[in-house]
Design a protein around this ligand. Sequence first.
Ligand SMILES: [Zn+2]
Length: 287
Amino acid sequence: MNNRIFDMVTELMKNGRLPHAILIDSGSAADRDELALYIASSFICESTIPCGICKNCTKIKNGAHPDVIVFDPEQRKEKVFKVDFVREIRADSYIMPNEAKCKVYILKNTDKMNASAQNAFLKTLEEPPSYARFILLCESRAALLETIMSRVTPFNLGAEDRKITNEYTDKADELANKLAAALTEVTELNFMRLASAFEKDKDMLPLTLASLQLIFRDAVAVKTGSNITLSNYSETSNQLALKFSLKTLITLVENTEHFFSCINKNANKNLLITRFCSVLRSTAYGG
Ligand SMILES: [Zn+2]
């Protein structure tokens, strides 16, 4: 299991900030399932962090909780996540939970949704019943519409196959924070100086991008008046929200996500770093 993501999710649970719609992609199917059940338990269990032993947690573990609905088109012997399935889920979501305070939908193979299924599902994501929670699982978010992506909080389990020390993660977090803060400065000198760290250590890129995504997402949240923040650097997100328009902030999020997904496709890292830095610079400083 990707410990960094696991820790991040646990941190959100502790603060009661777990988003209502989550996407888990990449990594192994077993890891996606494990994380989805952990999150589902957190929504349902009375403890802040799922206790693992109460009636609710036990039922979830045994796949027997009536308010945790797992849907997988493969179980229906279908290759496509059809619009009919989405309608079925949507109709079910209007039925109140049986015994828990919320109803959790774990939807597998959501990258197998065709366009009409995705558009139908978007309606549910836009106006979900207050007690409904959605956890979307798939191999790659690349197949999902941007409109869907803008409604879910994504967690990528594939960013880290190898073991990474906490020290390394901290270093990447710190770099992401400094890079983001540098974008709010008048000139790009500081940003350029900081970005040269990637040349010395290319492996730093995925972790730094993951962290940057959170900082930029938080800035969007601040700008739109939401108090749901994900990164540890709220000061930087606040600064970004003050300096940039919502449109620019969304562009920063999208670019970072785009480059992050490119890393997972094993693109040439040198080229990626150069392009990423130039895109961020032109977005932030213009020109
Ligand atoms: Zn429990």
